[in-house]
Write a protein that binds this ligand. Structure first.
Ligand code: PGA
Length: 262
């Protein structure tokens, strides 16, 4: 399957930014600038903080704009004494269509391990209605890049995230390659650097699940993607979209990145 068969996906990760009011304004601005027929060619996701999921969904529902709303994180248990956590069922019931899993900030600041990531992915794909799909983040530190061992490290992250799953389970999953040294730093990976890793991830997926699954799974790039560099990154063979942090907090920039994927 060639790249044109994979629908590009542009996802905004708002991280811990804004307030309830500011989030409502931002989603309204995005909705106003968004043209509905773009959805024929590109899928769009926004991932606001948990408390802003509902207002974001309400604005988009009122405007009849089919942008998907996703969580930035999720917990693998169904319910119970897990103070501060949010379950898959909770976000599904609210109307979320996806969740970021294993973002490098969760891994480095909150101690999330490859095993935790695996449990989250399994919890998300367990419901065969497949309403909530994971965007699984992987990526290396600057030290690993300089050491030259990054492909091996990333392949292990992919392996671990999907442990115990088959091609049926992983249908609809998305992988996001986000080099830690490029996140929030303004230092974007070059299209060649990003393509090298995304291609290696696709080869790993082929090894795990076969060629069909590997060719149909979307792989995103994230790390200082913006309206100036998106088009070149998105033109690479194995880059099917972007996971965008800072630039997704500005409606015009986010819209321009979506346009670069059309
Ligand atoms: P950035 O963040 O675009 O601000 O680098 C990307 C991400 O962390 O998902």
């Amino acid at each position: 399957m060639d790249k044109s068969k994979r629908k590009p996906l542009i996802a905004g990760n708002w991280k811990m930014n804004g307030t309830y009011g500011a989030a409502t304004v931002l989603v309204q601005q995005i909705s106003n600038l968004f043209e509905k027929d773009w959805l024929d060619t590109v899928d769009v996701v926004i991932c606001p903080p948990f408390i802003d999921l509902k207002p974001a969904l309400s604005v988009l529902e009122f405007d009849k704009v089919n942008i998907c709303v996703g969580a930035q994180n999720v917990y693998w248990e169904e319910s119970g004494a897990f103070t501060g956590e949010i379950s898959v069922n909770m976000i599904r019931d609210l109307g979320c269509g996806c969740s970021i899993v294993g973002h490098s900030e969760r891994r480095s600041l909150f101690g999330e391990t490859n095993e935790d990531v695996n449990k989250k992915v399994r919890a998300l794909v367990a419901d065969k209605r497949r309403v909530v799909y994971p965007i699984i983040c992987v990526g290396e530190s600057l030290a690993l890049r300089e050491e030259g061992t990054y492909l091996d490290y990333i392949n292990k992250q992919v392996d671990a995230a999907f442990a115990g799953m088959d091609s049926f389970d992983v249908d609809g999953c998305v992988v996001a390659y986000e080099p830690i040294w490029a996140i929030g730093t303004g230092r974007t990976a070059t299209p060649e650097q990003a393509q090298e890793v995304c291609h290696s991830i696709r080869c790993k997926l082929a090894e795990l699940f076969g060629d069909d699954t590997a060719q149909s799974m979307r792989i995103l790039y994230g790390g200082s993607m913006n309206e100036g560099n998106a088009e070149l990154l998105l033109s690479e063979d194995d880059i099917d979209g972007g996971l965008i942090g800072s630039a997704s907090l500005n409606a015009k920039s986010f819209i321009n990145i979506i346009k670069a994927a059309l």
